[in-house]
Design a protein around this ligand. Structure first.
Ligand code: BES
Ligand code: MN
Ligand code: ZN
Length: 483
């Protein structure tokens, strides 16, 4: 989609009015023709509630949306998405929007509205159609959004922000494309190829460790989970090093391309969405792609251990003891707690980079969803300040996270009987926390953040995003990395 600034509203473009009080007070009203004005005055009385699209005399259309009560940055971001969703549903192809409509009076947010808007517009316009036959009239994507700004009144660098936001939106959608791809077509090999392609396109280095190399490194966690599948494991390493001498931030993404549960097979209700269990990995690939396209002056490393978790005669079993790269052994109590098993090797591998910070992103537990619903991901951190910064980045990007405790007391719950750590806790309570406590065993000695993104894996109605993967936490991570 093309998103660009405009100083006037062209005749052949449909107009969007996000209205606070009176249609006549909207800056676009004065730019309508006399006939259009008269028409709009007449219908205004019927526009008390909701949104609608009406044809104006002369042919172009007008999209009305109400700016909600107690308007704030959260509602503003939703309004951005909603407008595009309505435009799409009504097959509007080219629209003009007044950027001032999204102002909330919150200084920090108002300063970044063009960037956020471009990102939200891109995200709202996305739909996973690769496997669908194109309808006769074509897809109903919006082709162009013109951003009207009254002589740069909002911010001076509006054009630059629009470009940045478009990039972040596109890469978020790239994440969604990978996550939505069914498990039969998205294997560890394909995910690794996607990383290589992203690296070529956007300018970062990608190296893929094959099974032989993974064996040489003694990554017993990755190898253990991969054993049940005929798909070979891959360990994807990405490097974007444009930050001079500074220590790198290492991003780790869970790359389980299909999680059947293994021998502890999942029930039929939850299994079909498990091709999205590589969403953390996809987010890491596209976060680095966005960082490279935005030319951030940062050192960023991405690690994605990728496997398929399948039941078969060669599967790892409950009771198996796996020796990880760190030397610690994992007692497998449940083959469905596979994410933490492969992440253990990646967390250990990350230490090679002497990182300033390690952030892992994983669709790790259903328990995180039980705790939070589907409106925020769970975050755990060894450093309180970093945690605050990430929560703040979530607020500003509309990609929310909420903190959980990382306390030593919880380590008691994951002690192994015959191995060093058990991959399932002794208690059925606090599953998101005990999973984090497990990962922590492999992250000791570094500043570490864990994002359990299971809650935000798929969109919900109130998101105004198409069905399927959300692309979270790409918006959050880019907001964080920019600081
Ligand atoms: N990938 C799942 C977690 C998940 C569930 C993500 C639903 C998104 C939506 C993970 O591998 C898993 O199966 N976790 C288990 C852990 C348990 C066996 C300790 C879970 O949450 O039930
Ligand atoms: Mn699982
Ligand atoms: Zn999983």
């Amino acid at each position: 989609m093309l998103i660009k600034q405009t100083g006037k509203i062209p005749q052949n473009v449909d107009v969007v009015f996000a209205i606070r009080q009176d249609v006549e007070k909207h800056p676009f009203f004065g730019m309508l023709s006399a006939k259009e004005k008269e028409y709009v005055r007449n219908i205004e009385k019927n526009l008390k509630e909701g949104e609608r699209v009406v044809p104006l005399p002369g042919g172009r259309k007008m999209l009305f949306a109400k700016v909600p009560e107690k308007f704030n940055h959260r509602k503003s971001m939703l309004l951005m998405r909603k407008i595009v969703a309505i435009a799409k549903a009504n097959r509007l192809k080219s629209i003009v929007i007044n950027i001032d409509d999204f102002r909330t009076g919150e200084k920090e947010f108002d300063a970044v509205i063009p960037r956020v808007a471009a990102m939200e517009f891109e995200m709202a316009n996305f739909e996973f159609v690769k496997y669908k036959t194109q309808p006769k009239g074509g897809w109903n994507f919006v082709r162009e959004i013109l951003i009207y700004a009254d002589k740069g009144r909002i911010v001076a660098d509006i054009e630059k922000q629009l470009k940045e936001g478009t990039i972040i939106g596109e890469e978020t959608n790239g994440t969604r494309e990978l996550s939505n791809t069914p498990g039969g077509d998205m294997t560890p090999t394909v995910l690794a190829q996607a990383a290589i392609a992203a690296g070529r396109r956007s300018g970062f280095k990608v190296k893929v460790l094959q099974e032989s190399e993974i064996k040489r490194l003694k990554m017993g966690g990755v190898l253990g989970v991969a054993r049940g599948s005929s798909e070979k494991p891959k360990f994807i390493i990405m490097e974007y090093l444009k930050g001079g001498k500074g220590k790198p931030i290492v991003l780790i993404g869970k790359g389980v391309t299909f999680d059947s549960g293994g021998l502890n097979l999942k029930p039929s209700s939850g299994i079909y969405e498990m091709h999205m269990d590589m969403s953390g990995g996809a987010a890491v690939i596209h976060t680095i792609a966005a960082a490279a396209r935005l030319k951030l002056k940062k050192n960023i490393v991405g690690l994605v251990p990728s496997v398929e978790n399948m039941p078969s005669g060669s599967s790892y079993r409950p009771g198996d003891l796996l020796k990880t790269m760190s030397g610690k052994t994992i007692e497998v109590l449940n083959t469905d707690a596979e994410g933490r098993v492969i992440l253990s090797d990646a967390l250990h591998y990350a230490k090679r980079y002497d990182p300033e910070l390690v952030v892992d992103i994983a669709t790790l537990t259903g328990a995180a969803m039980v705790a939070l619903g589907q409106r925020a991901s769970a975050i755990f951190a060894t450093d309180e300040k970093t945690q605050e910064q990430i929560i703040e980045s979530g607020e500003l990007s509309g990609d929310y996270v909420w903190p959980f405790p990382l306390w030593e007391e919880y380590e008691d719950d994951i002690k192994g009987t015959f191995g060093d750590v058990a991959n399932d806790a002794k208690t059925r309570y606090g599953g998101a926390i005990t999973a984090a406590a497990f990962l922590w065993q492999f992250a000791k000695g570094v500043s570490w953040v864990h994002i359990d993104m299971a809650p935000r894996m798929t969109s919900i109605d109130g998101d105004y995003l198409s069905k399927g993967a959300t692309g979270s936490p790409v918006p959050l991570l880019l907001q964080f990395l920019r600081q």
